[in-house]
Structures are given as C-alpha cells and as structure tokens.
Ligand binder design. Sequence first.
Ligand code: FE2
Length: 425
Amino acid sequence: MSFDLIVKGGTLPDGEQADIAISGDRIAAVEYGIAAEAGRVVDASGCLVSPPFVDPHFHMDATLSYGIPRINASGTLLEGIALWGELKPLLTHEAVKERALRYCDWAVSMGLLAIRTHVDVCDDRLLAVEALLEVKKEIAPHIDLQLVAFPQDGYFRDPTAKENTIRALDMGVEVVGGIPHFERTMEDGRRSVTELCEIAAERGLMVDLHCDETDDPLSRHVEQLACETQRLGLHGRVNGSHLTSMHSMDNYYVSKLLPLMAEAEVSAIPNPLINIVLQGRHDTYPKRRGMTRVPEMLKAGIRVGFGQDCVLDPWYSLGTADMLDVAFMGLHVAQMTSPRDMRRCFDMVTKESAAIMGLEGYGLEPGCKASLVVLDAASPVEAIRLRAERLCVVAKGKVVAERPRRDTALSLPGRPGSVNRRHTL
Ligand code: FE2
C-alpha cells in the first residue's frame, strides 16, 4: 500500500502519538508506526499535529485597509464604523479582492484554513460580495471560506439593507447576518432579529448576528435571538457574535439567559482582541474588559469559538492572521488558566469554531479532509504559550506552507549551555 503523503511521528492534540497517512485530499489512516511507502514524508517528531486553525468571525472586505483614507484616531467602535463609511464609496472590486487574497496568503502560512467572514451589504453595488465570492472560489483548494450577509449600517436603519441582504443571499452568500444593537431603537433591533431569523428559516440557512456589541447592560438582543431560534426550530444553526453586553449585565438576569441560550443551542463567538480594545471606552476606572462570560457559557453547555474579527482595518491596527494570538488573549481576559481551561482555549480556535461553522470533514480521523498544521510545540497549551511556529501546513492533501525548524537554542555570552523556550511538563 502506498500513500501520497505521511506526516510522521507527531503528537495529536489529545496527546496520542500517531502517523497520518493521506491519499488525495482525504486522511486515509491515523495510526502509530505506519510503515507504508509514500510520495512524501513530513517529519513531525516532537511536534504537535493539529487540525487547521479556524476563524469563525472575520471581516475580509475591510482587512488590510488600515490607514485608508485615514486611521481611527479615537480607536472606538463608533469611529471605526464612521471610517468604514468613508472608505466604502472608495472601494473597488479589484482592491477588495487583492487585499482579501493577500490576507488569505497570510492565513495559509499560519495554518488558518477555514474562515467565516461577514461582508457588508450596505452598498448598493454589492461589489464586496461579488469580489469575496470570487475569492471564495479561487482559494477553495486551500481555505474553506464562508460568507455572511451583513447589513452593517442596520437592517432597518439603512434604506436598502433589507433588499441588499436578500440580493446577497440570492448571489450565494450562505449565512444571514445582522446588527440589532445598531438599529435606531431597541424595538427595531428586536424586530430585525425576528425578520433575519425568519429569512434563515425559510431558506434553510445559518444565522450569525453581531449581537449586543456594546457596554450597555440593557442591550438584550441575544434573548430575542434565543427566543426566535426556539420558535423557528433553528437549534444548532444560530450564533451570537461578540455578546459583550453580557459582561455588564445584572448577574440574576444572566442566570436566566444562559440556560435559554443553551436550550436553543445558540453558540457564541467572542472576539477577545477586539473586545478588549473596543469595549469599556466610556469607562473611567474601574474599566470593563467587555469580553462576554466565556467560562460561565461553557459551564452552561453553550458552544463557544474565539474569532479574530479584524486585522489592519478601521477597527484594529494590528493582527497577523494568527489564531494563537486570539487564544492567548482569550485565555487571559477570561482568566481561563487551569490546564483544562487553557486546553479549551486551543479547542475554541480549532474544533469548536469548526463545529459552529458546520464544516464538513474537519478533524484528524480517517475520511476527514487532509488539512492539518504541524506546530513547533509539544502540546496545545505550549502552542498557545509560544504562539508556536507553523512548521508545515497541509491543505486538502497538499503541502502549502513550510518553514525550516529553527534551532530555538540561544547562546548567551558568558554563560555555559543554551536557552530553549520549550518546556514540557
Ligand atoms: Fe465583526
């Protein structure tokens, strides 16, 4: 028997050692000590072999636009939205596509092979939708890209958002988005949640709303989202992104809300880097972190995935497509420091986010898509600690990125021996 590729000697996220044999674009076998021929063998000894990183919340139409036409001076969410409003009329199909493809190269190099991106439909030209549908097709051999129709200026607040959301879905965008807290009134926000969920139910689609991305403890659209999910039988297909208001909500109310979300199987996507930067901007001290209640959600049985949201755009002036940065920040802000919780932070940028996106064939079992990443770390927790180097990235059976293993041993003048950052328990 022979395979196209064998990734040999690696440690899987569960701590087991196994070789991974690949035929075509699928995993053929996962066993210790596979002794078959292969077109190519990748040596992963001493390394973590993980399914690819997954970013369940991103804005690919805005990425890498930092500084165009100006930077966000206050650093707030609202100035970011205003700045995006200035940039939108200047967008061209070519520029959106070029920036998105450039970002996809970064993503591939970081082992980030599945991305859910919201795309703003509040531009009657829908040129970003067209451009990202083309990008989705072009990068399909490497990245699974899922698009969300996102009426960013408000489903009711923007005069043509409603019509454009439907147009985008007709063009092939597969998830229904929204932004209830940005509507003019709480009541408009509530109605937008109802209508958007009804559209998803009619079309058999998933829902992912920017929901309650505010410090307002009374912004409670997630309650409506859970309620509509129950009413329309959308269990397991609905996600609330951000949910930052839950950080500020009354504790008694949250004790009622969490079971409602769990019952409706509404998942949550906090975006730690952005939440910690944008929330609490109106506070003096103490200053709220703003990130939603991740450990409490996990305890209640709610699925949680960490998203990146932004890289070099009107809302965020940093970012490198590294989901380990996201897990690192999420771990700190949520104070998830036990070994079990740190490990869960790794899952939230891999398999939990894959489950939220409903990705087919994700994982490291025979029959799964042959996509994986070899990390210069011994375990998921060490990968987070080191933001470990991606030594080899395999996408659908092909090696698409490689880095030589660096000698991490560093000599210090005047000291015997060397320094190595690896530390295995
Ligand atoms: Fe977002």
